[in-house]
Design a protein around this ligand. Sequence first.
Ligand SMILES: Nc1nc2c(ncn2[C@@H]2O[C@H](COP(=O)(O)OP(=O)(O)OP(=O)(O)O)[C@@H](O)[C@H]2O)c(=O)[nH]1
Ligand SMILES: [Mg+2]
Length: 226
Amino acid sequence: MDEIRLINIKESILADNQGLAELIRTDLHSRGIFMLNLMASPGAGKTSLIIETLRRMKDEYSFSVIEGDIESQVDSEKVAKEGVSAVQLRTGGACHLDASMVKAGLDNVELDAVDAVIIENIGNLVCPADFDLGENRKAMILSVPEGDDKVLKYPLMFSVCHALVINKIDYLEISNFNLEALEARVRSLNPDICIFKTSCTTGEGLDEWCSWLRKEIERAAPPAVG
Ligand SMILES: Nc1nc2c(ncn2[C@@H]2O[C@H](COP(=O)(O)OP(=O)(O)OP(=O)(O)O)[C@@H](O)[C@H]2O)c(=O)[nH]1
Ligand SMILES: [Mg+2]
C-alpha cells in the first residue's frame, strides 16, 4: 500500500504568509510608516471609524487606506471623498486579507508620501485573526448590537488584538449589552488590550481612540533630525 503523506495545508499557508508579512513589516519600519490592521464583523463600523479618524487626523498625518472587500468599491469611494488615497482590494470571495494581497495594495501606494496605512480587513471575526499582514498593530471593533458574548465565540480575534473598539455605544441604553461582563471576559483573555468605547454617530470616545493611534504612529515614525 502507498505511504500516506500528510500535508498540513493551514500550517504551510500560514508559514508562507508569515514570511511575507515580516518582509512587509521590515520595509515599512525602514520607511517609518505605521500600519494598522482593522478587523470586525460586517457592519460593525470599520469604514465609519476610518472616516471619523481621517477627519480628525488627516491634517496631522498623511494617510493611505487599503480597503478589503469580497465585492464592490463602496468603502474606498467613501475614503476618497475625504481626500485620502485609497486602494480597493477585491478578493472575489476570499473571506480575509493575506500578506500577498496587502503587498499588492502597498505596491499601489505612494509610500514616500505616507505616514500611516490603515487596512480595513474583510468583515469577519474568524479567518482574519490568523493572518499577519505585516502591520504594527491589530485593532478590532465589536459593535453593541452584536452582543457581549462574541468574545466567548471568537476568542482568537480578541486575543490577538492590541486594541478593541466597542462601537455603536449610542445603542447601549436600548440593548442588554453588559459592558462590564464583556470587558472582564476580554481582559481575562488579553490583559494588555486597550479598550475604547465609541460612537461614530455622536463622536463619543473618538478623541481617546485618536490619541492611542497618534501615539502608535509617532512610535513608528523616524526620529526627528536635529
Ligand atoms: N448608531 C450608530 N451607527 C453606526 C455607528 N458606526 C457606524 N454606524 C452605522 O453602521 C452601518 C455600518 O457601518 P460601516 O462603517 O459601513 O461598517 P463596516 O464595518 O465598514 O461594514 P462592512 O465594510 O460592510 O463590513 C452604517 O449604516 C453606519 O452609519 C455608531 O457608532 N452608531
Ligand atoms: Mg466597510
